[in-house]
Design a protein around this ligand. Structure first.
Ligand SMILES: CC(C)(COP(=O)(O)OP(=O)(O)OC[C@H]1O[C@@H](n2cnc3c(N)ncnc32)[C@H](O)[C@@H]1OP(=O)(O)O)[C@@H](O)C(=O)NCCC(=O)NCCS
Length: 205
């Protein structure tokens, strides 16, 4: 059962998770030294605060059609969840929301407003640090069969495929009709894929 804790408030100091630009660069997989200084963006990551709720609601509506994320097994309201906000030059540019389930930090949503500058990686790294700080062993996320970008993104960051729910996206659509029938790359969106990464302390930088 989810421990959730979504309505709990955290002290600012305890909730601060900062990611320096150098951390972001080091965390990019499969790459050597970055030669272009201009490629680094000042990304910082912090915990969602009470004052972020309206922004999270608007962001969710912009990204997912409503402030509701539906999977075959559960529905979530991201603006009520615990989460991490990535800021680029002080502007909110990405959001990761999560629930806690025993040894696992379950990512409910991960979205970058500006893509391919390291926002998603910074949020994922911060979630991994948070999970280990809390003594949790796994990060888990569910995506859909058509989302090849996410499948690449997570697998390049240490996630393994651990479950497949055939018809999962179709079932989720009964809970949230806005879920499109045709997803990325024109692929019918039908199934859910669960990925998991072990974040036991040795694996976290
Ligand atoms: C999946 C998602 C969260 C990734 O976020 P992102 O901010 O684009 O991710 P990053 O920028 O950290 O990494 C993306 C790519 O950009 C590259 N990149 C990162 N920083 C870079 C930089 N400064 N210069 C050049 N390339 C860079 C990374 O190497 C990465 O490539 P890879 O995945 O092949 O390794 C984003 O695409 C998204 O919001 N998708 C829609 C929602 C979604 O599908 N969420 C996941 C399901 S829950």
């Amino acid at each position: 059962m989810p421990e959730d804790g979504s309505r709990r408030q955290f002290p600012a100091a305890a909730g601060a998770v900062s990611v320096k630009p150098t951390d972001v660069r080091q965390s990019r997989p499969g790459e050597g030294e970055e030669s272009s200084e201009g490629a680094l963006m000042p990304i910082s990551v912090r915990r969602v605060k009470a004052g972020d709720r309206a922004w999270v609601r608007d962001f969710g509506t912009e990204r997912w059609g409503s402030d509701l994320v539906a999977y075959s097994y559960a529905c979530y309201v991201p603006s009520e969840l615990d989460g991490l906000v990535a800021e680029l030059d002080g502007e909110p540019s990405g959001l990761l929301t999560f629930v806690r389930e025993d040894s696992t930090l379950h990512i409910v949503s991960l979205d970058a407003r500006v893509r391919s500058v390291g926002v998603g990686t910074a949020l994922l790294d911060a979630a991994a640090r948070l999970a280990t700080d809390e003594g949790r062993r796994f990060l888990r996320v569910t995506t859909t069969n058509d989302d090849l970008d996410s499948l690449r993104f997570y697998q390049r960051r240490g996630f393994r495929l651990v479950d497949l729910m055939c018809g999962g996206a179709d079932a989720a659509r009964l809970l949230k009709p806005q879920i499109p029938r045709v997803g990325e790359h024109g692929i019918p969106r039908r199934d859910e894929v669960v990925l998991e990464r072990e974040v036991w302390p040795a694996e976290v930088a």
